[in-house]
Design a protein around this ligand. Structure first.
Ligand SMILES: NC(=O)C1=CN([C@@H]2O[C@H](COP(=O)(O)OP(=O)(O)OC[C@H]3O[C@@H](n4cnc5c(N)ncnc54)[C@H](O)[C@@H]3O)[C@@H](O)[C@H]2O)C=CC1
Ligand SMILES: O=C(O)[C@@H]1CCC=N1
Length: 292
């Protein structure tokens, strides 16, 4: 892993990628972060010993891969900076976007003709090398460039290659998914306190339970249905709890939540375009709906 990697945007997901790559053995000298917030830059430089610059062109100079980890509404400014950055000569730079909802066609329209673009939907467990990342190659990305991107992402978790039309669904399951489980654990901790546990007791019980349940699911090879059945004794305590979840419409809530998430993802490119044009920002020619 000697390729130089630039991360543009040192926020939550940019830091997760940075921490994950360093944890996986990527030398800090091969990493650079472009971050516009001075406060955030100082934090990242102090915590990871990585070079941080506010200048995107400086960050991507000589980089084999440029990961984009800014919010969707900052993408256009980053693309403008990238389009004026020197090309890498022989070394073709791969633009790997971690941004939700903006299609590869948008980047391809703004970058020099034929630039390889790869869209990725990661998640924050990348911080502990347990990411789930879905990868969709753009039309100019070559197999070797996809393989390099997959290899980098595999060093911080699991990777699945999917057609780009599935990215909204992926975002609704794994991209935003960690938040659903954190909400569940939050509610479980509060419930434990209401039942008489101290908050530290309830937190330890709930956190170890979600960790153990996740490991059991991923390592046993059994389905969630079988594992749930194994916990549920006839006329027992679990059956009483599950009946209340069903009565409250948990499955329906999960379904509605993921549909809402996917819809926001699908509308992101159009929203950014409308907001950008109302602020006089020019975006690339193609929209998400043209691409899908
Ligand atoms: N947070 C998450 O769980 C996930 C986020 N994503 C995607 O990752 C992207 C970033 O999300 P977060 O890390 O949560 O946001 P964030 O707001 O924590 O980080 C964005 C960072 O980009 C920096 N930035 C903005 N414009 C810049 C520029 N022109 N040059 C340099 N730095 C610039 C900001 O100062 C900020 O530190 C989003 O597009 C989101 O859709 C994808 C999967 C999961
Ligand atoms: O909430 C968001 O928009 C981002 C994308 C996936 C996870 N977080």
């Amino acid at each position: 892993m000697s390729e130089r990697v630039a991360i543009i945007g040192g926020g939550k997901i940019g830091e997760a990628l940075l921490a994950g790559l360093i944890g996986a053995g990527k030398p800090v000298k091969d990493l650079v972060v472009a971050e516009r917030s001075a406060e955030r830059s100082a934090e990242l430089a102090a915590d990871y010993g990585v070079r941080v610059t506010a200048d995107i062109a400086d960050a991507v100079e000589g980089a084999r891969v440029a990961f984009l980890a800014v919010k969707p509404d900052a993408v256009e400014a980053v693309l403008q900076a990238l389009s004026v950055a020197d090309d890498n000569g022989e070394l073709e730079r791969i633009t790997v976007t971690l941004v939700a909802g903006i299609p590869t066609t948008r980047y391809e329209a703004a970058l020099p003709a034929g630039s390889p673009v790869i869209r990725v939907m990661p998640n924050t467990p990348m911080l502990v090398n347990e990411a789930m990342s879905a990868v969709s190659p753009g039309r100019y990305a070559e197999d070797e460039q996809v393989a390099l991107t997959v290899r980098l992402l595999e060093s911080v978790g699991k990777v699945m290659v999917v057609p780009e039309k599935l990215m909204d669904a992926v975002t609704a399951i794994s991209g935003s998914g960690p938040a659903y489980f954190f909400l569940m654990v939050e509610a479980l901790i509060d419930s434990g306190v209401a039942l008489g546990l101290t908050r530290p007791q309830s937190t330890e019980l709930a956190v170890q339970t979600i960790k153990g349940a996740g490991l059991l699911l991923s390592e046993s090879g059994l389905s969630p249905v079988d594992l749930r059945a194994a916990v549920t004794s006839p006329a027992g305590t679990t059956a009483a709890a599950l009946r209340e979840f069903e009565r409250a419409g948990l499955r329906h809530a999960v379904n509605e939540a993921t549909v809402a998430c996917a819809e926001v993802s699908a509308k992101t490119a159009r929203r950014v375009e409308v907001e950008g044009s109302s602020q006089g920002v020019q975006l690339g020619a193609e929209t998400a709906s043209e691409q899908q």
